[in-house]
Design a protein around this ligand. Structure first.
Ligand code: BGC
Length: 750
């Protein structure tokens, strides 16, 4: 072959060009996908399975304890990808050092239940949800992330987004209540708060949305129980908060302990493969709940640990928390051809991708930073944030004759009850016990009130009784202390660990003789303000009828005392609104505002004959969803729609004016509900569709505009398609789901 000089030159240029391109490509930083692939090419099957395995640290357990004497050895051998419950930068650093002695030096991922704060404890999530304040909620999660990440935590098992309609279920305290729309907004706010500027920034912790799915519907409110649910209910009520969390960028999901329609969620391919990783295209990974892979043997869906491992991994559960079925069985399942290697590879790839995104391969120690930790754990701004959200979470249930706020000129106050001087109780169920941190930084209720007392008033104390038991021997002292005071504040309720995981209760009354104590104090004729501390809606009808003022204070976290005192003395005007219906009795459960109408609905308590009602109970709950008082009344006026007809491509505006008719500046949560009057599938009596939390000075009015479009009126049809049906809608604006102030109607046209 003869090559001419010009041809030769062209070839030379071409060659040089290709060489340049190759060098350029090689010099480019590799994408995370490429780095994961390169790493996976080096990994043995055992090392891959190691990445799918998570244990708890010795000594700290949030589930049935398992102890491995040789855990460090297992880490060195690459048999462990993640550890939970590792507390403090020193401890996370020391475990990471062990991981760096493994062949491939794959960093460990540290997970922790940072559910309502790390050192600075925020109100339990159910309480915080009552603030309806998305900025405050996001900020609380942000603060928790800043503190936890500095201690070396990469990953929080939160937010818990299970819809809670049954207060017997102790885990309602971890969620955002009964409503799907509000729950979805809060789920997104919490994910954004935890993940901050995104995975990779050193103050972000990766969110884990849990528990996938339908855990909140456990039969009878008994924890871990079965869930039997229609597709329609699943999609309409229980799944949207998960989707909202995913859309907000949540990196991981946790599956749940319950079975859904006979298939344990941990081995449920429909939930994890079809919905989450399929229809929703989730790219992160799924971790099991504590031991839930192995627990499928108890459910009776698998016969042994190997069968459990097969069922879980095939269904899309990528990481096994604490059941040890993956480590004991997966290798053989793969070599026997029962579990395809591609399935294991996919799980490993998802987990390694997150470790790369977190920047752990660039610096495995970037999160455990003692200096940053010391600063974060002592930041006064965090305390201020905790106080802000705590006071926004307190619900004023009753305030006869404006007993509250208490006058600062009150001379003598008796502060009575078993919870007045409690320290740790204020922290709620999922508190984090940090090594070396003295819990005295928690402001007790006594300290909070005493701080305001200063020289202004005398503060007297009596315990009265314990939280539980029937010892009434302290009643006499409590009554005599009350007699010396102008006002009595009584603090009663549940212990913090009476609501939480495995804390289902069949009796929702206030425990022990606390209500009896309240009745004795009320008999003195002194004005009594009752503080109810609890992790769930309780039943307390006699108290609700007789006490002149009641504040539901939940468990408010490290600033509980200050927040309560701010509300008692009017330094904060309560603005919280209930996010769960409070039943009149346990027999009324489940009760929630957005139920369907029946063919024989009762229209009131005098209309119960052959109606959907109990013969022996009101049709109404004690307190409805969205209820909560403030120190100023708000009036609603002038609801106007921009048009009575909505098109599929357009929108209409609903405008309403809200006025503060009282003498205290305050916040109001203006709630917008809709009812689709006729649907191919019946629609709830009302559904929350939007809300605004506004601040108004005394006498001030504000006009609020809500926008309604096709999305607002859409729902899932029987084929689970998201549709909007033409027809008439009722639009309601109100101060609670029952206290509807104004209504209008509009049509969706074809
Ligand atoms: C709980 C989870 C929690 C996990 C780890 C389980 O018992 O159900 O919500 O994240 O333990 O502590």
């Amino acid at each position: 072959m003869n090559i001419s000089i010009p041809q030769f030159r062209t070839s030379l240029h071409l060659f040089a060009g290709v060489l340049f391109l190759l060098t350029f490509v090689a010099a480019q930083p590799k994408s995370i996908a490429q780095r994961v692939d390169s790493l996976m090419r080096l990994m043995t099957l055992d090392e891959k399975i190691g990445q799918l395995n998570q244990y708890t640290d010795d000594g700290a357990a949030t589930g049935p304890v398992t102890l491995d004497k040789d855990k460090p050895q297992q880490v060195k051998q690459g048999k462990l990808g993640s550890i939970l419950n590792v507390l403090g930068s020193e401890r996370t650093r020391s475990w990471q050092k062990v991981a760096m002695q493994s062949r491939l030096k794959i960093p460990l991922l540290f997970g922790q239940d940072v559910v309502h704060g790390y050192k600075t404890t925020f109100p339990i999530p159910l309480a915080e949800a009552c603030s309806w304040d998305m900025d405050a909620i996001e900020h609380a999660a942000r603060v928790a992330a800043v503190e936890a990440s500095a201690g070396g935590i990469h990953w929080t098992f939160a937010p818990m987004v299970d819809i809670g309609r049954d207060p017997r279920w102790g885990r309602v305290m971890e969620g955002a209540g009964e409503d799907t729309y509000l729950g979805s907004r809060i789920a997104a706010a919490r994910v954004k708060g935890f993940q901050g500027k995104g995975l990779g920034s050193t103050d972000a912790v990766m969110a884990c949305v849990k528990h996938f799915a339908a855990y909140g519907a456990a039969v009878g409110g008994r924890d871990y129980n079965s869930v039997d649910m229609s597709e329609r209910m699943l999609w309409e009520t229980y799944l949207p908060p998960f989707k909202a969390a995913l859309d907000a960028g949540a990196g991981t999901f946790m599956n749940s302990f319950n079975d859904l329609n006979g298939i344990p969620a941990t081995g449920n391919a429909y939930l994890m493969r079809d919905i989450l990783k399929g229809r929703w295209n989730f790219q992160g990974f799924v971790v099991s709940d504590w031991g839930s892979v192995g627990e499928m043997m108890n459910h009776g869906s698998v016969k042994d640990p190997a069968d459990a491992a097969r069922s879980a991994i095939m269904a899309g559960c990528d990481m096994d928390m604490e059941s040890r079925c993956y480590t004991s069985s997966l290798a053989k399942l793969v070599t026997d051809g029962i579990v395809p290697m591609t399935v294991v590879d996919d799980a490993v790839r998802r987990i390694l991708t997150k470790k790369f995104e977190l920047g752990l391969f660039d610096d495995p120690f970037r999160f455990c930073d003692p200096k940053r930790e010391a600063k974060a754990l002592n930041d006064p701004a965090h305390t201020a944030a905790a106080r802000d959200v705590a006071r926004k979470s307190i619900v004023l249930l009753k305030n006869e004759k404006n007993l509250l706020p208490l006058s600062k000129t009150t001379k003598t106050i008796a502060f009575i009850g078993p919870l007045v001087k409690e320290v740790k109780q204020n922290k709620g169920f999922w508190d984090v016990e940090l090594p070396g941190v003295d819990s005295n930084f928690i402001v007790t209720q006594w300290e909070g009130v005493q701080e305001k007392a200063g020289k202004n008033f005398a503060l007297l104390y009596a315990k009265g009784c314990e939280i539980e038991g029937n010892d009434r021997s302290g009643f006499a002292e409590a009554v005599s202390v009350a007699m010396k005071a102008d006002v009595v504040i009584l603090s009663i309720g549940e212990r913090r660990d009476m609501s939480g995981e495995a804390k289902s209760r069949s009796d929702l009354s206030i425990p022990g003789v606390q209500v009896e104590l309240a009745m004795e104090l009320l008999k003195t004729g002194k004005p009594v303000v009752v503080l109810i501390n609890a992790g769930r809606p309780l039943v307390f009808n006699e108290l609700a009828d007789k006490a002149p003022a009641i504040l539901y204070t939940w468990w408010l976290g490290s600033e509980a005392g200050n927040a309560i005192s701010d509300v008692l003395f009017g330094d904060y005007n309560p603005s919280a609104k209930l996010v769960m219906t409070f039943p009149l009795s346990v027999g009324q459960i489940p009760i929630y505002y957005n139920h369907y109408n029946t063919g024989r609905p009762a229209t009131g308590d005098n209309d119960r004959h052959y109606r959907s009602a109990y013969t022996d109970l009101s049709i109404y709950p004690r307190y409805e969803f969205g209820y909560g008082l403030g120190y100023s009344p708000f009036t609603y006026s002038g609801l106007k729609l921009s048009s009575g007809s909505l098109t599929r491509s357009g929108s209409i505006q609903a405008t309403v004016t809200v006025t503060n008719a009282g003498k205290y500046a305050g916040e109001e949560v203006v709630q917008l509900y809709l009812r689709d009057l006729v649907g191919s599938i019946i629609r709830p009596m009302k559904e929350l569709k939007d809300f605004r939390k506004i601040t108004l000075a005394p006498g001030e009015s504000k006009s609020i505009t809500f926008t309604i479009d096709k999305e607002t009126v859409s729902f899932y049809d029987p084929q689970i398609r998201w549709v909007a049906e033409a027809g008439e809608f009722e639009l309601m604006v109100g101060a609670s789901s029952r206290d509807i102030r104004l209504k209008e109607r509009f049509r969706l046209t074809d």
